[in-house]
Design a protein. Structure first.
Length: 264
């Protein structure tokens, strides 16, 4: 099927997809409004006290492109779910410090591991949002009997390579909690390791997710599916091996999905 196109003033044909990209980057557009965020993110990447190990991951994780896709602004109230050792936290904290606020959400015990990081001046305004959970005894996944992030006016919820850690029986509870935490029009961005579509769960793909299934799960909680991005498409990842294996570690294929709470 041929792509529809429109004529410009010089009568040449401009594909609609290209026209959309042109409009998206014009002054006053969403991406143009993100220019400050991009500058702040790049500055955060250059912080002197970032470890060499974290710097080594920058190219593969491409946070500037990822957060631009997620529609991050520097005046947002953002929930970062399960920040781990704080790789994204040390970038988001400075970006949101002056005009927004960053909440890191996990168990109190796991959040305590960030105490040293959060003492650094660029991160001194990051707030903790403790959420209780337990581990499934067999599947080693996070189980939520109930979940409340303690707010209803967040602009964004981020789940970056953590969605796969939620137990399948708690997925709906988690997604509904994200929905309740967001204001109308708020964004929910999910990035995770890709599992082959319709592949059955096993020990090799337990830290991977089928993106089609994720879209259905998030939509079931009330979200609208907005967009996806092939930012972390990796042709040589066979989508079948454990993400910690040497053959795929640091080079997993990851899907990037953006959802929105209906504004109306």
């Amino acid at each position: 099927m041929k792509q529809r196109s429109i004529c410009n003033s010089t009568t040449s044909l401009v594909p609609l997809s290209l026209m959309a990209a042109m409009l998206w980057t014009m002054p006053g557009s969403p991406v143009a409004a993100q220019s400050t965020v991009i500058e702040k993110m790049r500055a955060a990447l250059q912080q002197d006290d970032r470890s060499a190990a974290n710097r080594a991951r920058d190219r593969n994780r491409d946070p500037v492109a990822a957060m631009s896709f997620c529609r991050l602004r520097d005046d947002m109230k953002v929930i970062e779910f399960a920040p781990g050792r704080g790789w994204y936290t040390e970038l988001l904290g400075p970006v949101l410090r002056d005009r927004g606020v960053l909440y890191v959400a996990h168990t109190a015990k796991r959040l305590a591991r960030l105490d040293t990081l959060l003492k650094r001046e660029p991160l001194s305004k990051v707030r903790k949002a403790p959420i209780p959970s337990v581990r499934h005894p067999e599947r080693r996944k996070i189980v939520y009997a109930k979940l409340n992030f303690g707010m209803s006016d967040a602009d964004m919820v981020l789940s970056i390579r953590e969605y796969h850690n939620i137990d399948r029986d708690s997925i709906n509870t988690f997604n509904k909690a994200a929905y309740s935490a967001l204001k109308r029009g708020g964004y929910y961005c999910v990035i995770d390791h890709t599992r082959r579509h319709m592949a059955q769960y096993d020990s090799e793909n337990r830290r991977r997710m089928d993106p089609v299934l994720v879209i259905k799960q998030v939509q079931a909680a009330g979200f609208q599916f907005l967009d996806y991005a092939p930012l972390f498409y990796r042709l040589d990842d066979e989508l079948r091996y454990e993400v910690g294996r040497r053959t795929v570690r640091g080079n997993t294929d990851r899907f990037t999905l953006l959802f929105q709470k209906p504004d109306g």
